[in-house]
Design a protein around this ligand. Structure first.
Ligand code: GLN
Length: 196
């Protein structure tokens, strides 16, 4: 059983929980989803999910509850993380916004609300390295990844900008992989790296 913590201080949780269950089932595995709202739970998790929502709020609550250092320790131990949209903003080295105190677990500079300024959301078929078929990616006031460090792999790009990246055990996406029935991004982040 994979013990997967989903950060639940703010943002969408249940869709991620079902995607994790579907990804586990595809491996004949089971997953136990733990909702993280306080410190003390992350150290027992095998994998962590940092969902979308509002990055300023998520960042504030993660620090207030003392969950920040536990997330950093999880990554230092090489355990997998999937950080989506606002979760990616909070994970970055630089969110170019003083209201977001980032975790520095993904070597990237992010610009908030940069995709879809004209249009709040859109869906696009995305080629993702490691996946055979395009992934239906839903972008909602999505962040743009402006810069990635040397050790970061770009897994997917849209309009010549990275929208899915991997920095060691952490996979980050600008889009919302939980908003379709397709669990392949959760699979890529949690099961591929757990097995390797
Ligand atoms: N605009 C949000 C932020 O900057 C992120 C959007 C999302 O998670 N869908 O926090």
């Amino acid at each position: 059983t994979l013990r997967a913590g989903v950060l639940a201080v703010q943002g969408d949780v249940s869709e991620h929980a079902s995607a994790i269950q579907r990804a586990a089932a595809a491996h004949d595995e089971t997953a136990e989803v733990v909702e993280i709202r306080e410190s003390g739970l992350v150290p027992d998790c095998d994998a962590l999910l940092l969902p979308g929502g509002e990055s300023t709020t998520i960042s504030r609550l993660v620090h207030r509850e003392g969950i920040d250092e536990e997330i950093v320790a999880h990554v230092d131990a090489g355990k997998p993380v999937l950080a989506t949209c606002a979760g990616l903003i909070v994970s970055a080295t630089d969110a170019q916004d003083d209201r977001v105190d980032t975790l520095n677990i993904v070597d990237a500079t992010i610009e908030r609300n940069a995709f879809g300024r004209q249009k709040d959301s859109f869906e696009a078929p995305l080629d993702v390295s490691g996946l055979d078929e395009p992934f239906p990616a839903v972008f909602i006031r999505a962040p743009v990844i402006d810069y990635v460090g040397e050790g970061v792999d770009v897994l997917a790009a849209w309009e010549d900008r990275p929208v899915a990246i991997r920095d060691g055990p952490v996979v980050g996406t600008s889009f919302h992989p939980e908003l379709t029935d397709d669990p392949r991004i959760h699979d890529l982040a949690f099961f591929d790296s757990v097995e390797s």
